[in-house]
Design a protein around this ligand. Sequence first.
Ligand code: GCO
Ligand code: MG
Length: 402
Amino acid sequence: MRIDAAKVIVTCPGRNFVTVKIMTDQGVHGVGDATLNGRELSVASYLQDHLLPCLIGRDPRRIEDIWQYFYRGAYWRRGPVTMSAIAAIDMALWDIKAKMGNMPLYDLLGGKSREGVLVYGHANGADIEETVDEVGRYIGLGYRAIRAQSGIPGLAAAYGVGRGKDYYEPADAALPTETLWDTTKYLNFVPKLFDRLRDRYGFEHHLLHDVHHRLRPIEAGRLGKMLEPYGLFWLEDATPAENQEAFRLIRQHTTIPLAVGEVFNTVWDCKDLIQNQLIDYIRTPVVRAGGITHLRRIADLAALYQVQTGFHGATDLSPVTMGAALHFDSWVPNFGIQEYMRHTPETDAVFPHAYHFADGYLHPGDAIGHGVDINEAEAAKYPYKPAYLPVARLEDGTMFNW
Ligand code: GCO
Ligand code: MG
């Protein structure tokens, strides 16, 4: 069996997506997601110019060897561009192997460990009232777990508060939008939001919150302590994690469960966090860390330390990543939760998929492979549009973490 052809498809059905399609001499094809928000064309070029030419003629069944060839063989290891590109190829190869075996990917991985994949949705509003109502709307839609983000009094634009209610899209302009950040205003505000939410809806539903890398460790410790009475499922990206040691300080001060890892690329980014039990959930998604082949290694290491998965699933991860993730989530023994932001109808039409939502759970469906394909004629209707993530500054103009 050999790989006959491979191509990169860039499409923008509301937002940009980069997809790899690998064709084999047996007529079976596979697809993988390589989308890196705001840097899409760099990954497309890395694939097009450097990886795909090396792929033609290889045996697609040799997934491990192909992974090692692109990781070890490149000499220049790691980084979001490289690892997203490798991930896309890896996802497509697992898709092909499962299709060749005539089984859903979760069966190839070891079979289902659960009946459904618990997901959390995003509720956001301009102020507390609107956010509280939005959480109610998500409860009405059947969600069992909901992330709550709100506009902050005195700050013009807060992370997580989008223009639309169903499809939060932070990459909002052809050049980066400048936003303002103030830690004091934020810390004074967030406990009030969760106080209102628990007061209104009780403790039956899981509530989550994303700090989006905005706090220093001691500030995160304080926030965790202040939120303890509200029993959050997790506090996400409390501080930037380049220095994994930083999480030790947070841990010393609070029992709030900590989630991190949506920007990680390999097991090396979370090795110390996991082995020292400094986190509770690892968020690195299939697309960011070299695909299923490498994510399995991260999840297995995490399992040794009772760290659970909680993969990133924002709208900038394509339905292909969502499909692959749901098969992984259905199998992985140390599953925790899966993020789920719905895609637009245009995106769903470009990427026909077998997964569906019911009663707070996503189900991968029983299609063979990972169950997601690309409709190339639909994709061709939406040419690439430059779009950047915003940047953040403090009120005195200092650049900060967005
Ligand atoms: C999340 C994320 C996203 C990111 C986005 C960047 O938890 O869903 O933080 O909202 O900001 O994926 O491209
Ligand atoms: Mg996040």
